[in-house]
Design a protein around this ligand. Structure first.
Ligand code: FE2
Length: 302
């Protein structure tokens, strides 16, 4: 009898601890953080350029705290907005997202899409992440109104870089961009924008999922800075770091600024841990949701 009571107390204690961890991990999804880095990628003597990097918002309209936090970002007055996709988790999220961005849509901007712009989220069997066969096949994806989202952004002047290149005037200087569509969905066609970078004008690569085939190609061409998202920073991390990147990038570069080399070139790589999660996995541990203010500065003279 005493043994059974002890086991029951232990089981209840374990359940309470588990529930507490889940509650904490869910609360972490609303602890939004602005990270700041600087990267010396501009010609010597050039004035700094402030870039707001947004990614992986995964918005559903009921997320008031996220919308309120997004609404405050326009006060940063960036020179450029780079949006690396996975914006919405519901067809009805577009209108509140545009309202929250507000004046950011009047700032020069570029964007690419991720899988969670094209397809609504669905429950994923965790066995798939362990490389084991799922008991039931995944349901067919439901398309999101990504054409409406694309039109809303381009009508305000943001430029779609999905397998496209463009040059924008940012803070009085030209910046060249080349981007790919989502490599996680194998929609990337880097060949459409490939070519060696031929002068000192900053050329920036923009992609959603930082698969190495995309990073290698961009960096080997001489792109000086690549911005990506998709990883969620590992999302459910240990205090020692991330366990996964959800692509073939190493976990040391799962978020933040790092150097990346390919061919005869090296570039700066910034991977955003993003601001959201799938609504079917609303948890983050040791990896708070983030946007990044990236200050581009002048290189030292050679
Ligand atoms: Fe995402």
């Amino acid at each position: 009898m005493r043994l059974a009571t002890t086991a029951a107390v232990a089981a209840a204690s374990g359940l309470a601890t588990g529930a507490g961890v889940l509650a904490w991990a869910n609360a972490e999804t609303r602890r939004f953080t602005l990270r700041e880095f600087s990267a010396p990628v501009l010609p010597p003597g050039a004035a700094s350029v402030r870039v707001l990097h947004l990614s992986d918002i995964h918005l559903v309209p009921s997320q008031r705290a996220k919308l309120d936090w997004l609404s405050g970002l326009a006060s940063l007055e960036p020179d450029l907005v780079v949006n690396t996709g996975d914006n919405i988790a519901s067809p009805s999220a577009i209108a509140p997202l545009l309202r929250a961005w507000g004046g950011l849509l009047d700032v020069p901007g570029v964007f690419v899409f991720g899988s969670n712009d094209y397809q609504a989220p669905s429950f994923k069997n965790p066995l798939r992440y362990l490389g084991l066969p799922a008991l039931r096949p995944a349901p067919d994806p439901v398309e999101l109104p990504w054409r409406d989202l694309r039109a809303a952004m381009t009508e305000r002047g943001w430029v779609d870089l999905s397998n496209r290149a463009a040059t924008l005037e940012v803070a009085g200087r030209p910046i060249r961009f080349r981007g790919t569509d989502d490599a996680h969905l194998e929609r990337d066609k880097y060949a459409e924008v490939a070519g060696a970078v031929s002068d000192g004008t900053l050329t920036m690569g923009v992609t959603h999922a930082p698969y190495r085939r995309v990073l290698d190609a961009m960096v080997a061409d001489g792109v000086q800075l690549v911005l990506a998202g998709h990883t969620h920073g590992g999302q459910v991390c240990l205090p020692t770091g991330a366990l996964v990147t959800n692509c073939d990038l190493d976990t040391d570069r799962v978020k933040g600024l790092s150097r990346y080399s390919a061919g005869r070139h090296s570039a700066w790589l910034h991977v955003s841990a993003g601001l959201g999660t799938s609504p079917f996995a609303p948890y983050r541990t040791f990896c708070r949701p983030e946007a990044t203010l990236l200050t581009l500065t002048a290189r030292q003279p050679a």
